[in-house]
Design a protein around this ligand. Structure first.
Ligand code: AVJ
Ligand code: FE
Length: 438
């Protein structure tokens, strides 16, 4: 066995373990009653996510990659996300907390056995450890979903983390991104998912992009200016939704006398003015942008601002370069339970000086979720392809609750434009004037 294969196995095992520690933290923080309860109709019971993570690992690593016998042949249907809507999951005959824990641990032992035995240079599914990387990302994605469930749960706080770092540099105004082609997506990132492929050249006209995400202070100005009551700023669908859902402020915000407070993971505090706003839907982001005389960036604009290096003409893995995310680059991985104030991550800035593109809050873009030219579903249609539709908007960049394994300059997330339970905010863009260069 080569040194590289050995190193890859070690990395895979460490990443699987890191994901499992996080899953364990999220599922041991609450009692059994809380694990099986539905905290919101938008979310599964935590115990469903737990066993679903194990079931995906069983399907792909134990059965497919390993060619082993099923651990539990009888529960696939219960944990198939396409068989039962989230709202219906609490009524299913799910594995209980103890059974679910035993199940995921048995599956993990077998998956690690498979990791020791399998060649990592054979079929495309395992080349460069892809199937293992896909399962690591799947678990981390469900960990972020479980974190969103924790945010929706009521009761005493159960999660702890250090507060995010303070602002270190100014982060106001906008950056100018000159027009011209750049290579979007990737053919070379080994654990990139199918929707990030293939790499393709996109010509992006010159535009301006906010240096930082829109802050709570700025968003409160929109509220104070009556932005929620003026249909001029809203799309037709957005206004209809604003009326139907009686939107008036981000999810989790409340009035306390003449100030705003929010409740985060069970703790209620005054809204911090210079933090990125979070828990707004696409329609709110779009309305804010219109009110501000701006617009949301397209997905291609976002990625060019994040990855393009004008010095080399190359698109890099992250805004700061090709190095994997370190704590000094970005607020990722649930190290903090909130976005950091704008200006807190100068080391994560892109060559154009755009900050906090990775981490803190997912950023709504104006782009519908579709496959790139030449898209091929891999290894299953149900990860991305079945969601390609104008019904979904693309989000970029990851949040404080996104793990670095499931976040990079090419990573694409998507959701319905009315959703607010995810850790999503936004930044604004505008067209450059003809001939403008700064
Ligand atoms: C990419 C976050 C939209 O949670 O629905 C989890 C990820 N896919 N299990 C989701 C996913 C299958 C997905 N998102
Ligand atoms: Fe899943």
């Amino acid at each position: 066995m080569t040194v590289e294969t050995e190193r890859l196995r070690t990395t895979v095992a460490a990443e699987l373990d890191r994901a499992r520690r996080r899953t364990t933290t999220l599922t041991e923080a609450v009692d059994d009653d809380d694990l099986v309860r539905q905290h919101s109709r938008l979310m599964s019971p935590l115990v469903w996510d737990l066993a679903h993570v194990g079931n995906q690992e069983e399907l792909w690593l134990v059965r497919d990659v390993g060619g082993r016998e099923p651990v539990r042949h009888d529960i696939d249907e219960l944990y198939d996300a396409f068989q039962h809507a989230r709202v219906d999951r609490p009524a299913l005959p799910l594995l209980g907390p103890a059974e679910a824990r035993a199940y995921v641990s048995t599956v993990r032992d077998k998956a690690l056995d498979v990791l020791d035995a399998v060649r990592l240079d054979g079929r495309p599914l395992v080349a460069e450890g892809f199937a293992f990387g896909m399962i690591v990302q799947h678990e981390q994605q469900h960990d972020e979903t479980m974190l969103a469930t924790h945010q929706l749960r009521t009761g005493a706080p159960v999660l702890q983390a250090e507060p995010p770092p303070s602002a270190r540099v100014p982060a106001t105004g906008e950056a100018f991104i000159p027009g011209g082609p750049f290579t979007m997506g990737t053919d070379t990132e080994p654990w990139a998912l199918d929707n990030e492929r293939p790499a393709h050249v996109v010509d992006v006209p010159a535009f301006h992009l906010d240096v930082a995400p829109v802050t709570n202070a700025r968003y409160a100005e929109f509220i104070d200016a009556g932005g929620y009551d003026d249909p001029r700023w809203w799309s037709e669908a957005g206004w209809a939704h604003r009326q139907r859902a009686s939107l008036g402020a981000p999810l989790h915000w409340h009035r306390d006398g003449d100030r705003w407070v929010y409740t985060r993971f069970g703790r209620t505090t005054p809204v911090v003015p210079d933090e990125p706003v979070v828990h707004v839907c696409f329609h709110e982001a779009q309305a804010f942008a219109a009110w501000a005389g701006r617009r949301l960036p397209t997905e291609a604009e976002w990625e060019k601002a994040a990855r393009f290096d004008p010095a080399t003409g190359r698109a890099r893995r992250y805004p700061w370069g090709d190095e994997d995310p370190q704590p000094r680059h970005a607020n990722l991985g649930q190290r903090h339970l909130a976005p950091a104030p704008v200006g807190a991550y100068p080391d994560g800035a892109s060559p154009y000086g755009v900050q906090q593109l990775i981490g803190d809050v997912w950023e709504w873009t104006s782009t519908d979720f579709h496959g790139y030219p030449g898209f091929r579903a891999f290894p299953y249609r149900e990860y991305s392809e079945v969601f390609f539709s104008p019904e979904y908007k693309v989000l970029r960049g990851g949040s404080f609750g996104t793990d670095r394994a499931a976040c990079r300059g090419t990573f694409r997330n998507w959701d319905y434009p009315i959703r607010r339970q995810i850790f999503a905010g936004f930044r604004c863009a505008r067209d450059a004037e003809p001939g403008e260069s700064a």
